[in-house]
Design a protein around this ligand. Structure first.
Ligand code: LMR
Length: 396
């Protein structure tokens, strides 16, 4: 049966990790998949998470099924984090939500829900966007369109062009926005730009679909929620896919949240039943473990404070790595001004070099990053930054 299928090329992001593992060069550098790494290049378990694991080990008395909805404590904690403790939409009972298997699971089940609403739904994604948005949304049967977002020539957002394109949206269209720390470019919307998007969403009546996988890695947990809260508090409907992979470091546990802000409480009940039925029909129920850990952390004031401290530490370290790379590139004689890397937010930056240069630096110096020129800033450290800067300068 399967011989009729063509073999596929490796995934553009995960395939890099496999190629990196196979490279025997002892000085190889991995700036591929978006995973936080410390100065030694390790991805340790956060201290707050390790403590929550110990609590869970004592507390958990059964491995019976949870529900398609997932852990309600996790859901409530995450909604408070994203929307604010006393968000008006929470008080008005306007948010349906389920725990999902990672941010990917959340994106997929929300896309399935959109497909249930209409088979004509178009989803507008930024150009460029995270590579996996395309299969996750497209495989649910939704049509994809793109809006201009990033200009490699200026390393800035093409905001006017973005708005011009989004003026063509029709009622019922969906616009995918990155809540913060745009993946892959690291170029984030300003508050004024979020405000303008809100006005356009009101005018064109499109539905914002916010993907937020890096909350806390941009400017702070509260600051990074600006765009989400603005749209949620001022529009009748918004959908949100959130991930706990990065800010809780729970990558392999697959912890995410799918939330649907509805026009009123009656519609919330409909949306809740529908999203649970999508979950049941896809994977039945989410894995329990990671969501239980997040629930424990967010419900415990001391652990939460410790976790916030760890998120802040990861963010400030990534900011200092940006500065270190920019300085080293200048020191080793780069003609190009890479100062824009300091302005970008979160885990990623677009170096704005060509795919040929990316391939050359990989072939000659074993430096691995995505062909678009996206680098994982957290893969840089004091030990590899000189070699990295020299290698980059050699291909410019
Ligand atoms: C990334 O963008 O590198 C991460 O979100 C990991 C992934 O699944 O692609």
């Amino acid at each position: 049966m399967f011989e009729v299928l063509p073999p596929l090329a490796p995934d553009p992001i995960l395939g890099l990790s496999a190629a990196y593992r196979e490279d025997s060069n002892p000085n190889k550098i991995d700036l591929g998949v978006g995973v936080y790494k410390d100065e030694q290049g390790n991805t340790p378990i956060l201290t707050s998470v390790a403590k929550a694991q110990r609590i869970l080990l004592e507390k958990e008395t059964s491995k019976t099924y949870i529900t398609p909805q997932g852990n309600q404590g996790f859901i409530d904690g995450m909604l408070a984090l994203l929307l604010g403790e006393s968000s008006p939409v929470l008080l008005a009972d306007r948010v349906a939500a389920v725990q999902a298997p990672g941010g990917c699971g959340a994106l997929r089940i929300l896309s399935e829900l959109l497909a249930r609403c209409s088979d004509k739904t178009r989803v507008w994604v930024s150009d460029p966007t995270w590579a996996n948005h395309i299969p996750l949304i497209g495989s649910a049967g939704l049509a994809l369109e793109t809006y201009p977002y990033f200009d490699k020539a200026t390393a800035g957002i093409r905001f006017d062009a973005m708005m011009e394109t989004l003026k063509q949206t029709q009622k019922g269209d969906v616009v995918l926005l990155h809540g913060c720390c745009h993946n892959p470019t690291g170029a984030d919307l300003t508050k004024e730009q979020w405000n303008a998007i809100l006005e356009l969403a009101k005018e064109r009546e499109f539905l914002p679909f916010i993907d937020v996988a890096y909350l806390g890695f941009g400017e702070g947990l509260e600051e990074d929620a600006y765009g989400i809260r603005l749209l949620v508090e001022n529009l009748p409907e918004v959908i949100i896919a959130a991930s706990c992979s990065k800010n809780f470091g729970l990558y392999r546990e697959r912890v995410g949240l799918a939330a649907i802000v509805t026009e009123d409480s009656t519609t919330r009940k409909i949306a809740q039943s529908q999203i649970q039925s999508v979950a049941r029909g896809s994977y039945s129920m989410p894995p329990s473990y990671g969501g239980a850990l997040v629930d424990i952390i967010l419900a415990n004031a001391n652990l939460k404070q410790e976790w916030v401290g760890e998120v802040n530490e990861m963010r400030t370290r990534m900011q200092s790595l940006r500065a270190m790379l920019v300085d080293k590139l200048a020191e080793y004689g780069a003609q190009k001004d890479f100062g824009f890397v300091n302005e970008q937010k979160g885990m990623f930056s677009f170096l704005c070099i060509t795919p040929e240069q990316v391939k050359e630096v990989r072939a000659k110096h074993s430096v691995y990053f995505v062909e678009s020129s996206r680098v994982n800033i957290a893969g840089i450290n004091q030990h590899n930054v000189d070699a990295l800067a020299k290698a980059l300068v050699s291909v410019l």
